[in-house]
Design a protein around this ligand. Structure first.
Ligand SMILES: [Fe+2]
Length: 385
């Protein structure tokens, strides 16, 4: 998170004695990223956060790759991913490379009898359907349709859903996910030309604190294995923290689109960045207003990045036969563009209601077996007249 946040009780000076009313100590934890160079948080715990009791199981959740190398454009019908009861079981990796994984999930129930921690990757969870509460060791975030939830690696969490009807689009990133640097000044404050500002980024305001001992199962993902570790103290035992490393939420509906007289390129939609991919938000907006403007995008050759678009809502002007929940994959190396008739259809239109999330990766993505289960193998011919 690009700015400072404080929640709960903390001592006036870091790394000093901090005592409970009964005279016992609270236990401090420095939780840093990128060694000691990145964003960090100092949290204060009822019990020592190191009390491992048991390592029960270890099993792989590595995605099964169907196509290591592909130059075929694809459409994947995301809503054909079957709902599953358990949150972790429901997560299906459809595209992956050494930097990131793109995951679809339709979990039916909240996490009940375990906690989850991803040590491999930051998680960007886009809520397509569903409402509920993300509960973390560093505070809770309510979520609803259109929210991005950013969970930095290592944050222990649970997720509560209000109903069984949930659809998530998740990006796991081995590189830290930040807001774009070009929208921040030298102190990190979001600038006037940024399409969102600090008020749009929701920080945790509610902290759940339990001082409990017992058997607490944390499923920890490391190197694509899940380790089932039992801790002797409740993972949500933080009485307070401060710093920059904590989960936050941002609604796609709060993204203020940048428009122009002629077609604006995808970077104006950029919402998040890493050094391995970008995430862009395509939101309802006025179209280009030059008298001879062509609102549909031009054909473009993304020669060195794979383009993944996740269609959320509205009418997708440049594509024929695309519905909510679909993903298009336009791989690096070949040009793509509007479908036949879409360019002509766009002329004279004044606005779009489209809502979509785009992930452009700098390394090619591998197509998984889960992806092929929901793939349209004919999509690559859809530009033929
Ligand atoms: Fe494109």
């Amino acid at each position: 998170m690009p700015f400072y946040h404080k929640l709960g009780k903390i001592p006036p000076k870091r790394h000093t004695q901090f005592k409970k009313p009964n005279g016992d100590f609270y236990y401090e934890q420095l939780f840093g990223t990128i060694g000691f160079d990145g964003m960090y948080t100092n949290s204060y715990h009822e019990q020592r956060p190191t009390q491992v009791k048991e390592i029960r199981k270890q099993y792989s959740v590595a995605p099964k790759i169907a196509k290591e190398n592909s130059i075929q454009s694809y459409r994947f019908r995301g809503f054909q991913v079957k709902p599953e009861t358990d949150y972790l079981d429901s997560r299906k990796v459809v595209l992956t490379n050494s930097d990131c994984s793109i995951i679809l999930a339709a979990p039916k129930t909240s996490i009940k009898d375990y906690f989850y921690k991803n040590t491999d990757a930051d998680e960007l969870i886009f809520i397509h359907k569903g409402t509920g509460k993300l509960r973390t060791m560093l505070g809770n975030l309510d979520f609803k349709y259109g929210d991005y939830l950013l969970v930095p690696r290592g944050i222990i969490y649970k997720i509560d859903f209000d109903t069984e009807d949930n659809r998530l689009f998740i990006v796991e990133s081995k590189r830290p996910i930040y807001t774009p640097k070009r929208y921040r000044n030298w102190f990190g404050q979001l600038l006037e030309h940024s399409p969102f500002c600090e008020r749009d980024l929701r920080q945790p305001q509610e902290l759940e604190t339990y001082n409990e001992s017992g058997d607490f199962l944390i499923k920890i993902k490391k190197q694509d294995d899940i380790f089932e570790m039992v801790y002797a103290s409740h993972p949500f035992d933080v009485v307070g923290y401060d710093g920059y490393n904590y989960p936050y939420a941002f609604s796609i509906h709060d993204f203020e689109p940048i428009t122009g007289r002629i077609h604006q390129p995808p970077p104006v939609h950029q919402t998040f960045e890493t050094d391995a991919f970008v995430v862009c938000s395509f939101v309802p907006r006025l179209y280009d207003y030059h008298p001879l403007s062509v609102p549909a995008p031009y054909n473009h050759s993304n020669i060195d990045s794979d383009e993944v678009l996740y269609y959320v809502d509205g009418d997708f002007m440049s594509r024929n036969d695309i519905d909510a929940g679909h993903i298009s994959l336009h791989p690096a190396g070949i040009p793509h563009g509007p479908h036949p008739g879409a360019m002509e259809r766009s002329i004279g239109k004044v606005k779009t209601d489209e809502l979509a999330v785009m992930v452009d990766t700098f390394k090619p993505l591998k197509v998984t077996e889960e992806a092929l289960k929901i793939a349209d193998e004919e999509y690559f011919k859809s530009w033929l007249e």
